[in-house]
Design a protein around this ligand. Structure first.
Ligand SMILES: Nc1ncnc2c1ncn2[C@@H]1O[C@H](COP(=O)(O)OP(=O)(O)OP(=O)(O)O)[C@@H](O)[C@H]1O
Length: 250
């Protein structure tokens, strides 16, 4: 489980996260949603300690990520997988090398063991046989799958996905959502997804946290969100649903 407690962050005196708390449970796909500029990415960066909040804490199964020695923090980092927005693949490396990269950096595994692990992950994301290709030779959806394979190659306890559907068509988005959910269930991972994709919100949110101007205004799940009576959330849902319909999505 990941717990965030009273996280506040300001840039140049402007508050972008205001006392945000919540829990993300093991085996669940939790979503952080909200309009552009509302603090979702900053919250994710605080959880990864890429940005340090002015106050508050992030606990990984009870372990405070901001205090404690470097070795403890490294242990927690090794248990994290991150799917970055846009995939963030190395263009000069093959698909196989991209997925293997964390194993090269963070483990003492032998070549054969690494190869097996990469093959397993490739197969798990439905990309068997593509390890020799370059990122420029695969589609956007395949790049996301490679990003997911790389995020799970270390067998993480915690998986973070920043806008996993950005740049994808609706059908591919649904498939990527399904893959993230399946992997979360199968490997019992604590998964946090940053999104404003309404299809994701309505289909994969075991738990949903709605941020508005840096504050958490609502929390619930895919079943309860349409009945929520928070005006800011209703507006967010309405606008994003309307956008989906205009784009011809279901
Ligand atoms: N390093 C920074 N310095 C100053 N301001 C920042 C910095 N990082 C983020 N911000 C500001 O914090 C606010 C929240 O940004 P954030 O990227 O978290 O929004 P978001 O909800 O993820 O939006 P989007 O959906 O567009 O990615 C924005 O106003 C942004 O300009």
């Amino acid at each position: 489980m990941i717990e965030i407690k009273n996280i506040s962050k300001a840039f140049n005196g402007r508050v972008v996260l205001d006392n945000v708390s919540g829990e993300f449970k093991k085996g669940e796909t939790s979503l952080v949603i909200g309009a552009s500029g509302t603090g979702k990415s900053v919250l994710l960066k605080c959880m990864l300690d890429l940005v340090r909040p002015e106050s508050g804490s992030t606990l990984y199964d009870g372990r405070d990520f901001y205090i404690g020695d470097e070795e403890d923090k490294k242990d927690i980092r090794r248990e994290m997988g991150v799917l970055f927005q846009g995939g963030a693949l190395f263009d000069s490396k093959t698909v196989h090398e991209n997925i293997q990269f964390p194993l090269d950096m963070l483990t003492n595994m032998g070549a054969g063991e690494k190869k097996d692990r990469v093959e397993f992950c490739l197969q798990r994301v439905g990309l068997e046989g593509t390890g020799g290709r370059m990122p420029s030779e695969i589609s956007g959806g395949m790049k996301k799958r490679v990003g997911i394979a790389r995020a799970i190659v270390m067998n993480p306890k915690y998986l973070f996905c920043d806008e996993p559907n950005s740049g994808l068509d609706p059908l591919t988005s649904i498939k990527i959502d399904e893959l993230i959910k399946e992997i979360t269930d199968e490997f019992n991972i604590t998964t946090v997804v940053i999104t404003h994709d309404m299809n994701s919100v309505l289909s994969i949110g075991d738990k949903i946290m709605f941020l508005y101007k840096g504050k958490k205004l609502w929390e619930g799940n895919s079943q309860t969100i349409l009945g929520a009576t928070v005006p800011e959330l209703e507006e967010f849902v309405f606008c994003n649903r309307a956008l989906s319909l205009m784009r011809g999505e279901k």
